[in-house]
Design a binder for this molecule. Structure first.
Ligand SMILES: [Zn+2]
Length: 132
């Protein structure tokens, strides 16, 4: 069974084939769909060619199904979705809302696995045990 990603509010499936599909908005702008590689630590994204993403901009992330904001309780600069691994374990997956910033945290209870070269940036604030 493949790893699944779900909205924390509606539990809707966000992964379709080899993409996680989210709605993102930059302040004042219309939203767009962002396709993210489901492999942790892979920061390749796809979006419509009429949009451009500037490095360092902060985006709001939304569930494309129920439109809930995907906020993280850990840090305002992070967003969060649920992840279900091949053993059917459920994790919280927190990731940076800032384009170009490679920091992802897979969290269950007090344990965290980190991905991306910028992961140490937020780790100090989290008070979790790094199991990476
Ligand atoms: Zn939802």
């Amino acid at each position: 069974m493949a790893v699944d990603y779900m909205c924390p509010d509606c539990k809707g499936h966000l992964r379709v084939d080899e993409h996680i599909i989210l709605t993102v908005k930059q302040d004042g702008e219309k939203g767009m769909l962002l396709l993210i590689n489901p492999e942790l630590g892979n920061y390749q994204t796809i979006h419509h060619q009429s949009h451009s993403i500037n490095e360092g901009h902060k985006f709001d992330f939304f569930c494309p199904i129920c439109h809930s904001k995907l906020h993280s309780d850990l840090n305002d600069n992070l967003a969060m979705v649920l992840m279900r691994d091949t053993d059917e374990k459920i994790f919280e997956l927190h990731f940076s809302r800032i384009s170009g910033q490679k920091s992802t945290y897979q969290i269950m209870g007090k344990e965290v696995k980190t991905f991306g070269i910028d992961a140490p940036h937020y780790l100090d604030f989290m008070n979790l045990i790094d199991m990476s």
